[in-house]
Design a binder for this molecule. Sequence first.
Ligand SMILES: *Cc1c(COP(=O)(O)O)cnc(C)c1O
Ligand SMILES: [Zn+2]
Length: 419
Amino acid sequence: MDKNTGFMKALKCRECGREYPLEATHVCEFDFGPLEVVYDYDRIKHSLTRAVIKSRPQSMWRYRELLPVAGEPTVGCQVGYTPLVKADRLAKRLGIRELWVKNDTVNYPTLSFKDRVVSVALSRARELGFSTVACASTGNLANSVAANAAAAGLKAYVFIPSDLEQGKVVNSLVYGAHVIGIRGHYDEVNRLCAEIAGKYGWAFVNVNMRPYYAEGSKSMGFEILEQLGWTVPQHTVVCMASGSLLTKIHKSYQEFMKLGIVAESRYKVHGAQATGCSPISTAQKAGLDFFKPVKPNTIAKSLAIGTPADGFYALKVMKETGGAAEDVTDDEVREGIKLLAETEGIFAETAGGVTVGVAKKLIASGHIPQDASAVLCITGNGLKTLDAIAGHVGQTREIKPSLREFEALLDKENKLINA
Ligand SMILES: *Cc1c(COP(=O)(O)O)cnc(C)c1O
Ligand SMILES: [Zn+2]
C-alpha cells in the first residue's frame, strides 16, 4: 500500500472524468465539475470482508478502506457506530410494518452526523500538512470542526450565519474556535468562504477538502447495512441540506454490493426537506432534473441551504432508485420531533423532525408501502435546537413541596382525563 494514498487512486471529475492528484482541491479546472475520490476496489476486495469488519472496534473506521485517508485516522477515532433502533411504536403510529431509526443524535463527540465527515476531513487535512482548519456551516458542522480541532490541537475558524440557534453558537465557542457570524444566509457564508479558502492556506472541510469530507457520510450507510444483518433496506429516508448525505448513503449501498459484502438488491432512497427551504424536493416533485435556488425561511436551520451543492446529484439518486421527495411545514417539523420523542424516547433536532414528518407523508401517499421496511436517518440532537420547540411541548405544573398539593393536582388531572 502506498503510504501517501492508501486505497485511494485519484480525485476524479464527476462530469468529464479527468483525474487529479490527491490534494486539497475540489473542482475540475475544465468544467468546474465537483471532484470525487476514486478507490482501488480490487485491492479493497482482498482487504475488507464481513469478518474483518466484525473484528474491528465499533466506530466508523471499521470500514477504513472505503474512507479517504492514506494511513490510520488521527482525528475522531471513536466517531460513529451509533445505534440502529427498531422503532415499533413509531412504526405503528406511521402505519408501516417495520421501521428503523439510525440514531446519530448520539454521535461522538458533538451529537450529529457531521462528526463523521469532520473526522475524515481533519484526518486527511493532517496528512496533507495543514495546521488550520475551517468550514462554512449551518451549525452542526461548526460544532464538530471546533470540537475535533480542539482535541487534535488544530487551529479552527468556523463561519456561520449570525442568526443561528444559541445552542449551536455556544457549542462552537466553548471549544475555543474562532467563530465568525456572517450577517446573511448560509449561501452567502459559503460564497465568502470560497474566497477565503482561495486566499489563505487553510483546510476548509467543505470547500477545498470537500471530496474527502463528503466521503465520511458513507459510514452512516455502511453501518445501516451491517446493523441490518448485511442486508439493504427497501426504503431509506434522508434529510437534505446540500444533498450530499443522501448521495453518499446511495454510494455506500452501491460499494457494499460491488464488493460482495451485501447481496445485490433493489432499494429506494427518499429525500426530506423543510417547506421553507425546499429547492430539491420541489424539483423532484415537479419531475425536474435541476432545482431552482431559494431564499430559506424555516426553523430547520441546519438544512437551510438555498443553493444546494449536491442538489443535482441528489435528484439523480432519487430518480435512479425510484425514490421520492417531500417537504414539511415548521408545525409539521415540531410534530415530527414530538412524535419521535414520545414513541421512541429519542430527542432529535429540527432536521430529525423533517425526516419523521416526511416519512409520515410518504407512507400516507403510498410512496413507501405500508407492508414495507424503512430506515429513517436521524441526524442531529434536539438539545441544540431548544429554541425551535420550547413553548410547544406543554408546561411544568408547579406546586409547593407538600403531599397535599400533589394529591390535589393528581385529583384535578384525573378529573380532567375522565371528563
Ligand atoms: C448538515 C446536516 C444534514 C445534511 O447535510 P447534507 O449537506 O445534505 O449532507 C442533515 N442533518 C443535519 C442535522 C445536518 O447538520
Ligand atoms: Zn471536469
